[in-house]
Design a protein around this ligand. Structure first.
Ligand SMILES: [Zn+2]
Length: 251
């Protein structure tokens, strides 16, 4: 098992169908704290409580007091070198599907328009009662215009939420199925910034390896797949991916 950007570049250039999976670690260099890290927003709030379906249903004001500033925080950050390198490698056909656990839209802003967002997305607002949907800007405007800070559905009056999947909410079927299909098609999966502990992505490496494929893992923390991957990298995602792109460009 080796671990340089050159090794990663070699693995990707040999691949027939390489896919990439990203988690919170791909966005930390953009200034978005991993919610599990010390000092994160989640130290002040219990995520299981405040970002849950139960709080959304029972206390939408509390839910939106937490959620509204998060939307501004995420809008204020920019994609980093890792997001840009992934988008460029997709454009070149080196990487195919991009699966992400992130809801921050940074992949889309870097040019990866079709990311498979398995934990939902902050691109829209939805009504769980009648399925009415609005763009995220409209959801924010509704929240800001409401006296209690809770955006309400224009069609039925029920409180709205963003497209981000909450604790206790069903994961999005379409995205989950697309992620599994991509894993079945892949002979190489590059994992960036995900500890591979949370469903549904925890099931994806087994599909790739079970089909005879290989894994490359670029994270700061350990993963359950560290001793079964072909390339293991520990550097910063932006630096390593920029270097990998450079090697693939010059080679
Ligand atoms: Zn509605």
């Amino acid at each position: 098992m080796t671990g340089t950007a050159a090794d990663l570049a070699a693995l990707l250039s040999e691949a027939r169908h390489a896919i990439v999976l990203t988690g919170a670690g791909v966005s930390t260099e953009s200034g978005i704290p991993d919610f599990r890290s010390a000092g994160g927003l989640w130290e002040e709030y219990d995520p299981m409580e405040v970002a849950s379906m139960r709080t959304f249903m029972n206390d939408p004001q509390r839910f939106w007091r937490f959620h509204r500033p998060r939307i501004d925080m995420l809008a204020s950050v920019a994609p980093n070198a890792a997001h840009r390198a992934i988008a460029e490698l997709q454009r070149r056909g080196v990487l195919h599907e991009l699966i992400t656990q992130n809801i921050d839209r940074l992949h889309a802003r870097a040019g990866s328009e079709d990311a498979i967002e398995v934990h939902g997305s902050l691109d829209r607002g939805v009504c769980l009662r009648c399925d009415h949907g609005v763009p995220i800007d409209e959801l924010v405007a509704l929240a800001d215009a409401a006296a209690d800070g809770v955006p309400r559905c224009a069609a039925c009056g029920f409180q709205m939420k963003s497209g981000v999947i909450l604790f206790g909410e069903m994961l999005p079927d379409v995205a989950i199925n697309a992620a599994y299909a991509a894993a079945h098609a892949a002979d190489v999966m590059l994992v960036i910034g995900s500890s591979l502990l949370v469903a549904p992505v925890s099931g994806l490496p087994g599909i790739v390896v079970g089909g005879g494929g290989r894994l490359a893992i670029l994270t700061e923390s350990e993963t359950p797949w560290d001793d079964r991957c072909t390339v293991r990298l520990h550097g910063r995602a932006g630096e390593v991916m920029a270097e990998t792109l450079e090697i693939l460009t010059s080679g």
